[in-house]
Design a protein around this ligand. Structure first.
Ligand code: PMP
Length: 401
């Protein structure tokens, strides 16, 4: 087989999916008018698949901070954090993140993907071990592969399986990094962090939690599942992103270990890539300030929207994720998922269409993410969209693809 032949199969899949109507692969949000309204495939839609959980992409204070920064400091840093790419804003954001979590140390990365890639591949090396939840994000898997460490997966959220794998490592469990997520992005389910933390500590391993989908969304101060489940002071590393609740782009790691500052210059995804632009850093700082000061009001609104959609979709008989959360996922066979995605778009509702391997198992996922910025009327429209879909494809058809 020639090098490029394998991509012909991808084209076949793209063509097949496009036969259903709109082509969902790489569907373009042609215009984004607000955090919750846009134009997709020429249609005005309610955006319900954006991870814009707090709706801050159009927040006037975030926009003003970004505009001010671009005017004062220019469009880019043109250098890596280690060279000319560390500005005052990057440093201040690190201090503010460390303060927000009440932990001593923070590093800001250019994306959340790079935060995971850089941290995981640096923390563990070829003679060591990484144990991952099987449903981990691609950036966690990629970091583990890049590290050269021996990698094991435990069954999703199965603490007994994690315990078994650590037990098998015996004394070498102390040379192990365990990585989990606080809230899993595809089904919206939570990790049992208390138990995971206890088991990891009992074996003397290190624990990293990716809070990409829960920072700003839960916890008394919005510090995510680590706060809500009372393990913030116990986990070793917390990784997150600015591309969801903070409404821009970038990533971070915070830790109680002083070691984080020493590690910094060994992280290749930090040293060998350009730093985030001044405007991005300025809007991330403002968004973090909003989480600190207006967080409770935004979280109440987000969770009330999330519960309404989850309850309505569940009562229609769809096979939803295990608990209400700002990610409402419906599991279906792949064909029904494509038909349902098209029907929702026709009804003016944009959600994410997810196929294996990004969707767990061999099913398709219709993934809706709610925002604090969704109005009651927009939530009504989302629910009406699912009612229509129910009439077209029927309730959950959890048939193997
Ligand atoms: N971790 C998780 C769990 C994610 O869902 C994502 C993004 N989808 C990332 C990390 C990467 O974040 P970013 O978009 O900032 O690269």
């Amino acid at each position: 087989m020639r090098l490029l032949d394998k991509f012909e199969l991808h084209q076949t899949i793209i063509d097949c999916v496009a036969n259903y109507g709109f082509n969902p692969i790489g569907a373009e949000v042609q215009v984004s008018h607000s955090p919750t309204e846009g134009t997709v495939a020429g249609r005005p839609v309610v955006l319900a698949g954006t991870n814009n959980y707090l709706g801050l992409t159009f927040d006037p204070a975030c926009i003003a901070a970004a505009v001010d920064a671009v005017e004062r400091e220019g469009t880019g840093t043109t250098g890596s954090r280690m060279a000319n790419g560390t500005y005052e804003g990057h440093k201040k954001l690190e201090v503010e993140l460390a303060e927000f979590y009440g932990l001593g140390h923070a590093i800001v990365f250019t994306t959340g993907y790079q935060a995971n890639l850089g941290m995981i591949s640096t923390l563990a090396g070829p003679s060591e071990f990484i144990i991952l939840d099987a449903d981990s994000h691609a950036s966690i898997y990629d970091g583990a592969r890049l590290s050269g460490a021996q990698m094991f997966r435990f069954h999703h959220n199965d603490v007994a399986d994690l315990d078994k794998r650590l037990t098998r490592l015996g004394e070498r469990a102390t040379e192990t990094l365990v990585v989990v997520e606080g809230l899993y992005s595809m089904l919206g389910d939570l990790a049992p962090l208390r138990e995971i933390c206890d088991v990891t500590k009992r074996h003397g391993a290190c624990l990293m939690v990716d809070e990409a989908h829960s920072m700003g969304l839960v916890g008394e101060k919005g510090r995510g599942q680590v706060e809500a489940q009372g393990v913030l002071d116990e986990v070793d590393f917390i990784v997150g992103t600015f591309s969801k609740s903070l409404g821009c782009v970038g990533g971070y790691c915070v830790s109680r270990h002083e070691m984080l500052d020493i590690l910094r210059n060994s992280i290749r995804a930090y040293v060998f890539t350009a730093s985030a632009t001044p405007s991005v850093i300025a809007s991330a700082r403002m968004a973090l300030d909003i989480v600190r000061h207006r967080g409770p009001e935004l979280r109440d609104r987000l969770w009330s929207n999330a519960r309404r959609v989850y309850d309505a979709v569940k009562s229609l008989g769809f096979d939803v994720g295990p608990e209400p959360s700002p990610v409402v996922a419906v599991i279906m066979d792949v064909d029904s998922t494509v038909a349902a995605w098209n029907a929702l778009l026709e009804a003016g509702v944009y959600v994410n269409l997810v196929f294996p391997p990004a969707a767990p198992g061999r099913f398709g996922l219709l993934r809706c993410s709610l925002s604090a910025a969704h109005t009651d009327e927009q939530v009504d429209r989302i629910i009406e969209g699912y009612t229509l879909v129910h009439n077209i494809v029927g309730p959950a058809r959890r048939v193997r693809a």
